[in-house]
Design a protein around this ligand. Structure first.
Ligand SMILES: CC(C)(COP(=O)(O)OP(=O)(O)OC[C@H]1O[C@@H](n2cnc3c(N)ncnc32)[C@H](O)[C@@H]1OP(=O)(O)O)[C@@H](O)C(=O)NCCC(=O)NCCS
Length: 135
């Protein structure tokens, strides 16, 4: 699984000119594999889309989106929306109250998707939008 995630995220990071991660793609994948919940879509035996989110803050009951990524060849086919629906349903079942995320202000496509799902801006800082959706 890690190899698939690294390949997919490296490809996407290239399109963002290497600005998507603070650490290396490998380290980022290690982190989400260890701490996040990951739901993936496989095509031809490989991961082509996945959502990674944190559902471990049982005190605040705030879920946090770490990554939603769809392989460029599979974008605009509804997979992003499908994965977002699944994460929201799962967090609701755990009685989480909010779902938070941060996104680069220039990432128009992701922002359009998040807005459609009812995420609202709660803070704007350092070129990032911090958004929240009630569950
Ligand atoms: C953002 C991303 C996850 C969307 O996934 P996707 O599978 O292509 O999106 P979907 O086909 O499910 O479309 C969902 C919504 O995104 C928006 N969207 C999709 N394609 C779009 C486009 N070409 N331009 C603008 N908005 C677009 C629309 O709001 C769409 O809803 P609609 O179909 O009802 O109009 C995907 O483009 C991606 O992986 N991007 C690179 C990684 C990334 O930026 N992740 C977010 C980091 S915070």
């Amino acid at each position: 699984m890690k190899e698939d995630l690294v390949i997919l995220l490296s490809l996407i990071d290239e399109k963002f000119k290497g600005s998507l991660f603070d650490s290396s793609v490998e380290d980022y994948c290690d982190k989400i594999l260890k701490h996040a919940t990951i739901v993936s879509i496989y095509k031809l035996g490989h991961i082509k889309a996945f959502i990674a989110y944190y559902d471990n803050n049982k005190e605040s009951l705030i879920g946090y989106l770490s990554m939603l990524a769809v392989h460029p060849d599979y974008q605009d086919k509804g997979y992003g929306k499908q994965l977002m629906h699944m994460a929201i349903d799962a967090l609701r079942k755990l009685n989480f109250k909010h779902f938070d995320l941060e996104v680069d202000v220039s990432n128009k496509k992701a922002i359009a998707l998040y807005s459609k799902f009812g995420f609202e801006l709660i803070r704007l800082a350092s070129g990032k939008k911090y958004m929240r959706r009630n569950l």
